[in-house]
Design a protein around this ligand. Structure first.
Ligand code: ATP
Ligand code: MG
Length: 506
């Protein structure tokens, strides 16, 4: 009995036998999750395994169909995030959704029970927020609007909010997917600090290195079921992967060498907001990797090329002919496609079906022979879904019902189906699980082999190094060096030498 009591007290959160279905999709089946006070607990599983769904049950965004949750030894049930926060649980979401026109102070005090009085008094609210921000060395004043912050800073505000609400459990759903290495380090320092204050953290990430660096225990889900829990000490990467996928993932970066042909696309002296005097070329069959810190101008350049932002100087050439692109539709027409970093704002029409999303860019071509193409479209979408191991009940379902990583696969599918000459991929495997990641990598090679020129921005060094024929390294809006695949294979260049240039070194 005494033994039993002791065991119970050890956990700050206990989820037992949780099941949740959405229509015909059983997202969770009888899963467990036990989190100790003051630990960082990783939740690992492939895309669609049910991780976010369980978290949403915990903060009351969903109600579980079956099962019980205990928090700090007491039965716990809440109707929504505000109630959860007041009970001591806060969640930093996979896709941050700030209210852009609120100030930092307003965000921190939004919908809080303990501060209703203060909410009416702007001045007092600002002062108190300043005080809290100072404790975190936050570089902006409390009056700054959320829309002026970087993603990392918005996330920090969410964390500050959670801490200032005295949350004892903070859920972080893929917190680093849009952070660069420096920001990630900063987050890890914050996490260690929270931990030392006894705050428990549930940490969801597809990046294995991070889980080994920051977590104490890991629970693994597969297909909505609970596979098991391990202590991070003593578990290996391979063991975790096989728990996750139920099979071995052989080749993490399946780069194949294919014949590299003529120059397909070339830019000269390209400048715009956030980048300056960029020149490079990419050839048929080549995968050109673009490395650098977040905010170094990589995405900005590609947005410029794709016609999303204005170009202020420079020329672009496609197959030797100068082209002008003022908007994305012109780029697509010429055969330049781009998979965006931010799938929520640019990549997907969340309330359209998966099939409609996939077919969107190729629509103008198909309209010429609509009848003939309906069946073909369906087949193409199904094939593509299969190739990308898309986890969806049907391609007729709305895109928003997919898990984060599966949405990314749909975005990719839609551009692959358009069969472009130049394919620009901005963080193509962000939030994608290990298995699907290597499938996306295989596909990239396949498309390169067909003669496409692929440009890939990635913040994951192992990914750029594993997949690229050539890597351009960005630093503060300019190209600060180029590395060839041979130099990586021979060991002349490595993670460190690339990082050094990303930070401005030579
Ligand atoms: N609102 C919803 N309506 C219908 N189905 C949903 C909804 N939310 C999630 N699902 C389904 O539940 C399953 C689990 O999704 P969940 O988002 O929990 O996965 P995940 O483990 O967080 O994946 P990822 O790593 O890709 O974020 C998926 O099959 C998904 O399509
Ligand atoms: Mg998720």
């Amino acid at each position: 009995m005494a033994e039993e009591m002791k065991k119970k007290e050890e956990y700050v959160l206990e989820c037992h036998g949780i099941s949740k279905a959405f229509g015909g999709t059983q997202a969770l089946k009888d899963v467990e999750l036990l989190v100790r006070a003051g630990e960082v607990h990783a939740l690992l599983g492939e895309n669609g395994a049910g991780k976010s769904t369980l978290m949403k049950c915990i903060i009351g965004l969903h109600q579980q169909d079956e099962g019980t949750i205990q928090f700090e030894g007491k039965p716990y049930s809440v109707k929504g995030p505000v109630e959860a926060l007041n009970a001591g649980i806060s969640m930093i979401h996979q896709e941050l959704n700030p209210e852009p026109h609120l100030s930092i102070a307003e965000t921190i005090f939004l919908k809080r029970e303990d501060t209703r009085g203060i909410f009416l008094n702007k001045k007092a609210q600002n002062e108190r927020a300043e005080e809290i921000l100072r404790k975190f060395d936050f570089p902006h004043s409390a009056k700054t609007l959320m829309k002026e912050l970087t993603l990392a800073q918005m996330q920090m505000v969410e964390i500050i909010k959670a801490v200032s609400c005295n949350a004892r459990l903070i859920i972080m759903d893929e917190p680093t997917s849009s952070l660069d290495s420096e920001e990630t380090e900063h987050l890890f320092r914050t996490i260690r600090d929270l931990k030392s204050k006894g705050v428990a953290i549930i940490y969801i990430s597809h990046r294995m290195e991070e889980i080994f660096e920051i977590c104490d225990h890991v629970s693994v889900f597969r297909d909505g079921t609970y596979v098991g829990e391990r202590s991070m000490e003593g578990v290996t990467r391979d063991e975790l992967i096989s728990m996750m996928v139920g099979r071995k993932v052989e080749n993490v970066f399946p780069k194949t060498d294919c014949e590299i042909g003529d120059v397909v696309f070339k830019v000269e002296g390209l400048s715009g907001k956030g980048f300056e005097d960029i020149s490079f070329e990419v050839r048929k069959g080549e995968i050109l990797g673009i490395s650098g810190l977040v905010g170094s101008g990589r995405s900005e350049t590609m947005r410029g090329i794709f016609g999303m932002d204005p170009i202020t100087a420079g020329q672009m050439y496609l197959e030797g002919k100068e082209i002008k692109i003022k908007k994305p539709s012109q780029a697509i027409k010429q055969g330049i496609c781009m998979v965006n970093e931010d799938r929520k704002n640019f990549g997907l029409a969340l309330h359209r079906s998966i099939r409609e999303n996939m077919a969107l860019p190729t629509l103008p071509l198909k309209q010429k022979a609509p009848l003939l193409n309906k069946k073909q479209e369906e087949k193409d979408c199904l094939d593509m879904g299969k190739m990308l191991t898309l986890k969806a009940a049907s391609i007729e379902h709305e895109a928003f019902s997919l898990s984060g990583g599966n949405q990314q696969k749909v975005v990719l599918a839609k551009w692959l189906l358009a069969n472009p000459k130049v394919l620009i991929l901005d963080e193509p495997t962000r939030g994608v699980d290990v298995g699907a990641k290597s499938e996306i990598h295989s596909l990239m090679c396949e498309f390169a082999a067909k003669g496409m020129a692929v440009i890939m921005i990635s913040s994951e060094l192992p990914e750029v190094m594993g997949m690229s024929d050539r890597i351009l390294i960005y630093h503060e809006g300019k190209i600060n060096g180029e590395v060839k695949r041979e130099e990586i294979l021979s060991g002349d260049e490595n993670q460190e030498s690339i990082l050094r240039r990303a930070f401005g070194g030579k």
